[in-house]
Write a protein that binds this ligand. Structure first.
Ligand code: GUN
Length: 293
């Protein structure tokens, strides 16, 4: 079997179009323009690229984009003051503080300052608690994008065996919760898991989010399984050039899987699209109006 390739880029483009349409409706019917504020501390080049892309996509969707660049020696107190200002600003419906933060800042303290209803990353403990208890909070963007692609591919996920490789707060844990909410039988595997090959080999769904290049071998994959690769790792090739690879050994996995996301062009493009979707959801909830369908 050769897997069908799940085109995350096309999926994200469709989702962005749908969001832009909802934004037009919100403007026309309610005079509401969703606003997303992004706070970047320091000058990490990868973070600068993410933030620039977020800014461009937000504006392209017809929303307001607010960007705050802070020096990498900003104090935790000053960063928290900025977040509180954004909490109180009615034009801002979503707040994202780009991670990682410099070592002298307590990330958890900053995240817990964000008003939960404006926490479009879904990282606040209130939102992770709501996800764990089946409530209606904000859901982290990357796992939500993965679930959307899985449901598009498979329809109902009910009863399927799923493994999430990786246990981060940003992807692994919320991903497992979302799969459980879809009535999958969920295993969370990680770097200490014994016999990972066997755990992966019995899974209908494999979500790899462990940050280790090509850790999941293609010949572990169950025939016909759906594979979602969240990893983005830059590795050096034999000729000294670099390339991006995922957490799954793609060339061999594609021969066994039923469907698989490529790296790049799979999960990556979905994250920003879902961030915009979360911002629209947050704006509607704060304005007390139903989200356009
Ligand atoms: N850094 C890398 N990805 C993300 C993300 O999704 N949200 C935030 N806040 N920071 C990140």
């Amino acid at each position: 079997m050769t897997a069908s390739i799940i085109d995350g880029k096309a999926f994200a483009a469709n989702l962005k179009e749908e969001i832009a349409r909802k934004v037009r409706i919100l403007k026309e019917l309610h005079g509401l323009i969703p606003g997303l504020a992004v706070v970047l501390v320091g000058e990490d080049p990868a973070s600068q690229v993410y933030v620039r892309n977020k800014n461009k996509s937000t504006i392209a969707a017809g929303m307001n984009s607010f960007e705050y660049l802070m020096k990498d020696d900003v104090s935790e107190a000053d960063l928290i003051t900025k977040v509180k200002e954004l909490n109180d600003d009615p034009a801002v419906h979503g707040i994202l503080v780009q991670l990682p933060l410099p070592k002298h800042i307590n990330e958890a303290a900053v995240i817990e300052t964000i008003a939960p209803e404006k926490d479009v990353d879904g990282f606040h403990v209130i939102n992770s608690g709501l996800l764990a208890t089946g409530g209606d909070g904000m859901v982290p963007c990357t796992p939500l994008g993965c679930i959307m692609m899985l449901k598009d591919q498979l329809g109902s996920l009910s009863g399927l065996d799923a493994v999430v490789v990786g246990r981060s707060n940003i992807v692994g844990k919320p991903m497992a919760q979302l799969l459980l909410n879809e009535s999958c039988t969920v295993t969370i595997a990680h770097s200490r898991t014994r016999n990972l090959a066997e755990v992966v080999g019995r899974s209908d769904i494999v979500v790899a989010a462990v940050g280790v290049p090509e850790l999941v071998k293609g010949d572990w994959i169950k025939e016909g399984a759906t594979v979602i690769d969240v990893g983005i790792n830059r590795i050096e090739k034999d000729d000294g050039k670099t390339k991006l690879v995922g957490d799954v050994e793609f060339d061999s996995a594609v021969l066994r899987a039923g469907a698989i996301t490529p790296v790049p062009g799979g999960v990556g493009p979905m994250t920003i699209a879902v961030l915009l979707k979360n911002t629209v959801t947050a704006a509607c909830r704060q304005a007390g109006i139903d989200e356009p369908t």
